[in-house]
Design a protein around this ligand. Sequence first.
Ligand SMILES: NC(=O)c1ccc[n+]([C@@H]2O[C@H](COP(=O)([O-])OP(=O)(O)OC[C@H]3O[C@@H](n4cnc5c(N)ncnc54)[C@H](OP(=O)(O)O)[C@@H]3O)[C@@H](O)[C@H]2O)c1
Length: 212
Amino acid sequence: MKIAILGAGNVGTALARRLSAAGHDIMLGFGRDPEAVAAAAEAAGVGYGSPEALAAFGDVIVIAVPWAAVGDALAALGPAAGKIVWDCTNPLAPDLSGLLVGGDTSGGEEIARLLPGARVIKGVPPFAELMHADDPFIAGAAPGLFVAGDDSEAKGIVAGLLAQLPATVVDAGPLMAARFIEPAMLLVVRLAYLKGMGPRIALTVQSEAAFG
Ligand SMILES: NC(=O)c1ccc[n+]([C@@H]2O[C@H](COP(=O)([O-])OP(=O)(O)OC[C@H]3O[C@@H](n4cnc5c(N)ncnc54)[C@H](OP(=O)(O)O)[C@@H]3O)[C@@H](O)[C@H]2O)c1
């Protein structure tokens, strides 16, 4: 699958490495310093391009920029009707005291509002440190993650990509469920960085029912 990743930082490069290793074609792009983006892509062993090139290339377009840069990233991307857009963002307040978007909307829904016709799926990946590590498992288990979206085919594709990171993926329902995923991810970030548990951490759901 052709995967275009906007954001060549911790998450963008980790996804590039993991998904490239799983056999996908990756193009990285979008950053304030084009030379740094090119260097990050070369270090990850993947291609890079302009936002226009990313939009044309990707069967799946990944949003992996800080929440404050999402508006600029989507404007640079341009129209994405019909594209699968995988939203990796956490709309966190910089001091981790709360979310910048929430309540009766979510980061995922705001991205969908800004990209009319795009098939937006919320799927916050594991911590970048975990994805960059030689051992991406937590005590031998794949980290637990959630997906949410209104397009079941697109959601299945993003869930499949998340599973290759690796992850154990729970389908949380429609895109509006991002309202509940994002606070849960804030909890995990707070446990990792404010409580000192570190980035080898994720949420698991215990159930006797099948996931998905
Ligand atoms: N880090 C994690 O473990 C983790 C896990 C799950 C989800 N997330 C979410 O994933 C997203 C990316 O996180 P990250 O840790 O990868 O961030 P990061 O390392 O700071 O990388 C962000 C990328 O976006 C670019 N960028 C930032 N501001 C920009 C701007 N105003 N204009 C153009 N480019 C800009 C950066 O390029 P520059 O070089 O120009 O700054 C960089 O390529 C965030 O929404 C985060 O909440 C993070």
